[in-house]
Ligand binder design. Sequence first.
Ligand code: UDP
Ligand code: MG
Length: 155
Amino acid sequence: MEQTLVLIKPSAVVRGLIGQIITRFQNKGLIITGLKMMQLDEKICREHYAHLVDRPFFPFLLNSMTRTPIIAMVLKGLDAVHVVREMTGATKGRAANPGTLRGDYCMSGQENIVHASDTPENALIEIDRFFSQGEVFDYTCDMFKYLYSPDEVEF
Ligand code: UDP
Ligand code: MG
């Protein structure tokens, strides 16, 4: 079953939204397989946002992502990468659809409360970037038989 990386950004940590964001993912039926608070530094931000380092706003993004600790989490489910991206919504909060996390909780294109992996390939890379071996847990979840049908998932 697929896993994906979510970061709860400083804007959400400071605004007291950690619990609400985690609850949304749990209510959907995604399983938490990794969860921790960590302080990002410039090195990991440059790696994580390598596609944006040359953009004029990068210094603002770097400052935004490092000013408080973040929550990193790994979520597991069928098509988890796509499901979590859809739940996250468009990059710019004020353009994101209501019902998505960004659509419901933020206004900004930068302070947009969560990061979510965009492809299964990137999810594997990003989980490795933020979690070491032993920090992501593979445990049996009895709930699966109430979340999926037997032809969707092997129990
Ligand atoms: N970002 C920004 N200004 C922009 C585009 C992106 O500050 O014009 C920030 C924003 O926090 C965004 C992150 O850079 O979430 C990564 O950008 P990306 O295009 O990968 O968007 P995402 O995948 O997060 O929707
Ligand atoms: Mg992205």
